[in-house]
Design a protein around this ligand. Structure first.
Ligand SMILES: [Zn+2]
Length: 706
């Protein structure tokens, strides 16, 4: 047993790209497993009556928690009582965070016996038992850690501590703040008490709520078996709006906002309504009875069924409503409505990215959508081959490389599938998939079946190559020859090549004529193939996949070097030019921040290695180092700003990134902002502010015809 519940836990994964302003928004898609259906939409009256909802849920869920918890954020204390009902005979492991004092623990009326310590958890073995249901009663209390609002998002994520303070309480499931049975999904009924002025929320249906000078009370029901409970509380102002779902049932939307952002409530509720309408029309009815947006005093972001928890400063960013919020709402269909079969690969992030983040770009403009595809392909080109992993092995976002595959490559696979089948068939397949798999665990194979049924095509090769092969196809346009015109029509012979083993690809080829550009799609399935393309007027130029609709390895001239290369590529080596003192320290801190690990250092006197290299130093040191390697500072960066960072592709096509600062102060000022500019080829800073940035121009694979 481990301290967490890896099999059962939802996975925390980033759901917005680097913004340059905030750290990251992360989605914590709880993993629900067994099929449930209408239990989540009990009429309020019925649920409020003497626990009738619980009776039903106990039948459906083998394990049920009935939790009462009292939290005092000022005192930072928690006191709880839980009755666990288990309709399972096997041996069980009861777990709670070690920081809590257990006041009473009884199993079927008997004392529970002694516990073992596993990391930050305390665990009891409960032997198998024939008589059902089994009843475990436990009372506990303990202190919560102080809320530290100075943490950044990554730190907040890494923290498995229950934190509390006047401005907010966050009890992550992984902290063991309530007793649970390891490895078991459970439904729950949770009552909370907080001092007056505070309000709290967990995922599920708000069944009862009251507020008086004595305090706040609320009861939530989650009648389906779910993977864990995160509790949030704070001095919230709650706004409520009830909308009607496509099927006519009410959906209650709420914001639990701090005073500082309370004026944003209306806009957020409008946006959520818009997203629910959008996805109901594209997929099917919203599967829950509510959706809440909860503000967090730390710069974090999670998505769970029925709610999303977003940092105060994150909520203020104008693009969050336009992007991440939609992504989180969509997870109520993909991820929390249909559960990915984690053992066979998580398809839900790719599909959510495709139908949210990417769809919004498509709605904006063709150029915006192309830019997103280009970003995905560039990011992929920044990886080292050791970081390629088959899409099937992606479960959750653990680092940059896994996001590049699990979110971006997967989204592009859905794009290629839609290009292949057409929008109408694609949407129909997803609607059927939703209808059939709602509240079930579904795998990539189930998705494949849905697309095959809708299209009447065998998609085995398509899914097999994109899911099981790691890396990306390498397609080269090696030759294009214009044939003599015959009877008014023109032909161009185009040669494409790819290495063994060949992928089967639909490759877009643009042919330029005096009348403009026309895209032809050819089916490449061998390592070398010649295609004859017919045009009405004389062809002038042939370009390979100019819109970047094919997931492939960009050639060096198609993928300009970007800073991310030396940030995510595991083979990167680092040269710190200052030899000692505060400048050396500042350079080392920056390298560590950029790479999220201790940098692999090589001496500045070494020859240029044949792997991505990051060089950091003060201006004079950098100039001397560049001169020694016969390199130059890019001309348009000469003398600009207090610090500069840029990339260069060396003759052996490895990437060099250089960070040059005027003085120690300017170098130190880069620590926070620079990691957010991974998508750029160069950035010029004045202090901590980026005053200029961009990517070096790219050249597509093209052949001019003469
Ligand atoms: Zn997500």
């Amino acid at each position: 047993m481990s301290a967490t519940r890896p099999m059962m836990k939802g996975t925390r994964s980033s759901c917005i790209p680097d913004s340059g302003k905030v750290a990251r928004i992360v989605s914590y898609v709880s993993l629900l497993i067994v099929g449930i259906t209408a239990i989540l939409s009990f009429p309020a009256a019925q649920a409020a009556e003497s626990g009738s909802a619980q009776e039903v849920s106990r039948v459906d869920s083998p394990v049920h928690y009935d939790i009462r918890v009292h939290i005092d954020p000022l005192e930072r204390t928690l006191k709880g009582r839980s009755v666990i009902t288990a309709n399972t005979r096997e041996e069980l492991t009861l777990v709670i965070g070690r920081r809590f004092e257990v006041l009473k623990a009884r199993v079927d009326g008997e004392s529970i016996g002694s516990s073992a310590t596993v990391g930050a958890m305390r665990a009891w073995r409960i032997p198998e038992e024939e008589k059902l249901p089994r009843r475990i009663e436990i009372e506990w209390r303990g202190e919560l850690s102080p809320l530290d609002t100075s943490l950044d998002h990554r730190q907040t994520l890494g923290q498995n501590e229950p934190v509390s303070g006047e401005s907010g309480t966050f009890l992550p499931d992984s902290s063991g703040w309530y007793p649970y049975l390891a490895g078991e999904l459970a439904s729950y009924d949770l009552s909370m008490e907080l001092p007056a002025g505070q309000r709290g929320v967990v995922a599920g249906r708000l069944a009862e709520e009251s507020e008086s000078p004595q305090g706040f009370r609320a009861r939530f029901e989650f009648p389906a078996p779910t993977g864990g409970i995160d509790l949030m509380a704070g001095p919230y102002i709650v706004e409520t709006r009830t909308i009607r779902s496509a099927g006519g049932k009410p959906i209650v939307l709420r914001t639990y906002f701090h005073r500082e952002v309370a004026d944003l409530a209306g806009e957020y509720l409008d946006s959520v309504k818009g997203y629910i309408d959008l996805y109901e029309s594209r997929i099917g009815a919203y599967p829950f009875t509510e959706f809440s947006i909860v503000s967090s005093p730390t710069p974090t972001g999670f998505g769970m069924p029925t709610l999303t928890y977003l940092g105060l400063e994150v909520l203020r960013l104008p693009f969050i409503r336009a992007t991440s919020l939609g992504h989180e709402v969509l997870h109520n269909w993909w991820g929390n409505g249909v559960y990915p079969d984690y053992a066979k690969g998580n398809w839900s992030e790719g599909l959510t990215t495709f139908m949210a983040d990417y769809a919004y770009k498509e709605r904006e403009s063709d150029a915006a959508a192309r830019e997103m595809r280009q970003g995905w392909l560039r990011d992929f080109a920044a990886l080292s081959p050791s970081q390629y992993a088959p899409l099937k092995s992606f479960t959750s976002r653990t680092h940059g490389a896994s996001q590049i595959v699990g979110y971006n490559k997967a989204a592009m696979v859905f794009l290629m599938l839609r290009d292949l089948l057409g929008r109408e068939t694609f949407d129909r397949a997803l609607q059927t998939f939703w209808r059939e798999q709602r509240f079930r665990v579904a795998s990539w194979e189930d998705l494949q079946r849905a697309f095959e049924t809708a299209s009447g095509r065998n998609l085995h090769v398509f899914f097999d190559q994109w899911l099981t092969r790691s890396g990306a196809p390498i397609v080269r346009l090696t030759k294009a020859v214009r044939m003599k015109a015959e009877g008014g029509s023109h032909h161009v012979l185009v040669t494409l090549e790819q290495p063994e083993p060949a992928y089967r690809l639909r490759v877009p080829i643009a042919v330029h004529t005096q009348q403009g550009e026309k895209i032809h799609t050819v089916d490449l399935e061998n390592t070398q193939q010649v295609f004859s393309i017919e045009t009405d007027v004389a062809p002038l130029e042939v370009i390979l996949d100019p819109d970047l609709r094919l997931f492939r390895h960009l050639m060096p001239q198609e993928a300009t070097p970007i800073l991310r290369q030396v940030m995510v590529n595991k083979t990167t080596v680092t040269v710190l030019l200052p030899e000692s003192g505060p400048a050396r320290d500042a350079a080392e801190i920056l390298a560590t921040k950029l790479q999220h690990r201790a940098p692999k250092l090589i001496p500045g006197t070494d020859n240029m290695p044949a792997t991505p290299t990051l060089v950091i130093g003060l201006q004079d040191q950098v100039d001397a180092w560049l001169a020694r390697h016969e390199l130059h500072r890019p001309e348009d960066m000469m003398g600009k700003g207090s610090a500069q960072a840029w990339t260069t592709r060396l003759s052996d096509s490895t990437t060099l990134a250089v960070v040059s600062a005027r003085d120690i102060e300017s170098l130190t000022a880069l620590t926070r902002p620079l990691p957010h500019y991974g998508r750029q080829s160069y950035v010029v800073f004045e202090g901590a502010k980026a005053v200029s940035r961009g990517t070096w121009p790219t050249r597509p694979q093209a052949v001019k015809l003469d």
